[in-house]
Design a protein around this ligand. Sequence first.
Ligand code: BEZ
Length: 212
Amino acid sequence: MSLRLGDIAPNFKVKTSLGVIDFYEYLGKSWGILFSHPADYTPVCTTELGRTAALKEEFAKRDVKVLALSIDSVESHIGWINDINETQKCTVDFPIVADSEKKISELYGFIHPNASTTATVRSLIIIGSDKLIKLIIIYPASTGRNFVEVLRVVDSLQLTAEYSVATPADWTQGEKVIVIPSISTEQAIEKFAKGVEIVKPYLRYTPQPGLE
Ligand code: BEZ
């Protein structure tokens, strides 16, 4: 099954390194990140999960719950977590799904048969508090993800969900944002008290809303 932006993230119940989890119950009203990795005891994945653990506070600040996945067993995950904690100097305390039967990988389209028939690729899915899929990024096994970018897109997704704005190329927190095309310039001037910079009728900036 191939999931697309705007689709409902399918629920599932599954064994993880922290026991059986119902995905929706785990997420509650929070945002979620479900990300797959090719296999346990592999070097790039070890750094990725260590990095995710190190960013615990950043995910918590954004009310994002993370859930990793590979098609290995719970026993394998638990042994590997010890290695991750040791080598990456962290504490992995988020669950890792044991998708040994590939059910969730198939449900979410994490297996790309022309890349590998046996392992999941590095997919990362961001799910909003409404359980809709907001973003999908897919990397090959050989390229570790950029978690600064992951946090940046969460910031953009949460900001643009709340205000009638979009974020320009390379935007980061605190920088000016773009007024979305469906808002007229007159409406924008009324709506954005901090001002509207009109570069072209279709290119209008305003300071990031919601900041002091
Ligand atoms: C890794 O996770 O380290 C990895 C997995 C498959 C191919 C290359 C690297």
